[in-house]
Design a protein around this ligand. Structure first.
Ligand SMILES: [Zn+2]
Length: 405
């Protein structure tokens, strides 16, 4: 049997003829061609008859054969399309803008759902930024129905990336535990774009939206879906207290004498942790803070108490306790906490609504816990589009299989 025939069997590339095989320093190079004689326009996918006189030699990376890099080589025809003008023909093994075959891209995306950066780059022998562009294309090809259909209970969240200078807004379907929408930015306009895509009819079907306490998001939600209940989930509320505590810590540090500085030093994480996760050393640190720095310790107690209130399951109890907390924080002589108290007071019904709904904290924590490492993993990608694609790939319910012929 001829080598080209064997390779054709092994690779099983659709509508592709293998003409010759060569070994060169970069690996195994196959000369291929589409089986269709009439070229297809890569712009509109229609057959075009007028072949422009130039050809463009290209190489596409395909899956390795016996750990040897495999390349498809073909002089792509330039075509004159009545609709698209002069463009190149469509090839059956790859997307017009890609230098990788469909199979190669699917394999990379399958790995990106499961493996870390180094594993993928080393195994597939491609740069991490290239992985980003590949998954953008795979996610765009993967369209299993409209993810925005049937939404009732959604969550809106912002993610920071690139050292917290840039943001992506993410919309989650709480019922399916999947990301249904993501876009660059974190202002009202970003979220309005989501509601525009959703359309009036589907907006009206939203029953509840969990979100953080940012005025921009709140306005966008109430404008688009006035009947949806606003729910401020506990993580966002607690984040306010965490940030306030950190501000207090920094203020106390600046005003402290030597002994107090010593007590504050290295407490940042101990203060933010749940008490049951503290190490003995951290526990000792907090005791020092309690002894030498009453305002900082008061902040710590405020933060902890707020968390315990939100642990509760009864709306009326939670509401009463929150009111007590607001009064305490207002008297605390800690301006950052007084500010938090004002915010909580303003949105108290939305905060106790969290306690009232069946929205388990484990659920939104689960999806958030999945998205955050992805944000860290996206470091090295060219831009937010790759990050968004990775989020959709890993949290959007996309099911992929490895390529096996
Ligand atoms: Zn065309």
């Amino acid at each position: 049997m001829r080598i080209t025939t064997i390779l054709a069997r092994i690779l099983a590339l659709k509508q592709t003829r293998i003409r010759a095989a060569h070994l060169d320093p970069e690996g195994l190079v196959l000369d291929v061609a589409p089986t269709t004689r009439v070229p297809i326009c890569s712009g509109c996918c229609k057959r075009v008859h007028a072949v422009h006189d130039t050809y463009e030699g290209r190489r596409w990376r395909h899956l390795d054969v016996a750990s040897l890099r495999l390349w498809l080589r073909y002089a792509i025809r330039r075509v004159r399309c009545p609709r698209c003008g002069v463009t190149v023909e469509l090839v059956p093994w790859a997307e017009p803008q890609s230098w990788f075959t469909f199979d190669f891209e699917q394999h990379v995306a399958y790995l990106a759902q499961r493996a870390d950066k180094t594993t993928i780059s080393t195994l597939m022998r491609i740069a991490w930024a290239t992985v980003g562009s590949i998954i953008e294309r795979v996610v765009a090809r993967h369209k299993p129905g409209d993810p925005l259909d049937g939404l009732r209970l959604i969550g809106v969240d912002e993610l920071s990336y690139r050292r917290h200078h840039e943001y992506v807004t993410v919309v989650v379907d709480h019922e399916r535990g999947a990301v249904v929408w993501a876009h660059e930015g974190k202002d009202a306009a970003t979220l309005r774009a989501f509601f525009e895509e959703l359309g009036n009819e589907r907006c009206a079907k939203l029953e509840a939206v969990t979100l953080d306490l940012s005025a921009a998001y709140i306005k966008a939600v109430t404008d688009a879906s006035p009947k949806a209940r606003l729910i401020f989930d506990r993580f966002h509320v607690q984040r306010l207290a965490h940030d306030a505590l950190d501000t207090v810590r920094r203020q106390q540090w600046r005003a402290a004498d030597a002994e107090q500085k010593d007590a504050i030093k290295g407490t940042r994480f101990a203060l933010q942790k749940n008490p049951w996760n503290l190490t003995d050393v951290e526990d000792g640190k907090l005791t020092d803070v309690q002894r030498t720095n009453r305002p900082l310790y008061r902040g710590y107690l405020l933060k902890e108490t707020l968390a315990r209130i939100l642990d509760g399951g009864q709306v009326n109890v939670a509401r009463d306790k929150l009111r007590d907390w607001i009064a305490w924080a207002t008297r605390s002589r800690l301006p950052p906490f007084r500010k938090v108290a004002r915010t909580i007071k303003k949105h108290i019904e939305g905060i106790v609504a969290y306690v009232a709904t069946g929205l388990s904290s484990a659920r939104s924590e689960g999806i958030n816990g999945k998205i955050r490492p992805i944000t860290r993993r996206s470091f090295g990608f060219h831009g937010p589009r790759s990050l968004i694609a990775l989020i959709k790939l890993c949290c959007g319910g996309i099911i992929l299989a490895p390529v096996h012929t």
